[in-house]
Design a protein around this ligand. Sequence first.
Ligand code: ATP
Ligand code: MG
Length: 225
Amino acid sequence: MPVISFASSKGGAGKTTSAIILATELAQGTDVILIDADPAGRLTRWSRLQALPARTALVTSGGERSIQDEIATARTKATFVIVDLEGSASRLTSFAISESDLVIIPSGDEQQDADEAVETLAQIAMEGRARRRDIPAAILFARTNAAVKSKLEKHINGQLRSAVRVFDTELNRRTAFASLHNAGGGLRQLDRGDVNGIDKAIVNAQAFACEVIDMLEEMRHAQTA
Ligand SMILES: Nc1ncnc2c1ncn2[C@@H]1O[C@H](COP(=O)(O)OP(=O)(O)OP(=O)(O)O)[C@@H](O)[C@H]1O
Ligand SMILES: [Mg+2]
């Protein structure tokens, strides 16, 4: 079943947060395995804060020697496998990317973020060339303002969209998303007394998950066509 990795050469781009959002959203309807392939273990830390949401399981990777087996096993067990990677190039990252059906690169909409995201795309393309297969990848704007964008943000956003594959949906900067790291679980497990804007965050997360499913479906058709 499809393996979706979150990668970016830039640290703090929103990989772990976006991986949690996608996994817990997809788990509303099917089985999902999250693989923590970042030695910093942020996803594992999140998983211990409270019981994992239904239909979600977490595997902490043993590292570069075992990641390919961990992914292969997870594929047989769940409908979606989501891999959280570290924010720098490594053999572990490269092995995970080469096993992925889709690599998602979170990026902010400042020029430096956009440059880093394009660089990560280039690294993924190189990985694909080495493996003699096309590794589909797309940029996800994350931690962006939900309200109005500045002229510069709009410009950078538009430039990137015209050049490479970018998700229409942005995972905006939202307290509810950031709170997942403190509370554990998914958006539906957050305490409504503590956290504002949960419903808007859920709508945002759902739109993202739908787009991921559509993109995988499109790629499947393209492969069989
Ligand atoms: N959409 C968002 N809304 C609000 N806060 C966010 C969002 N995405 C990420 N953050 C916050 O930004 C910080 C960095 O995010 P995250 O840990 O997801 O990045 P990362 O790419 O996994 O970082 P690293 O490279 O260190 O693993 C976290 O504190 C997180 O709470
Ligand atoms: Mg992370």
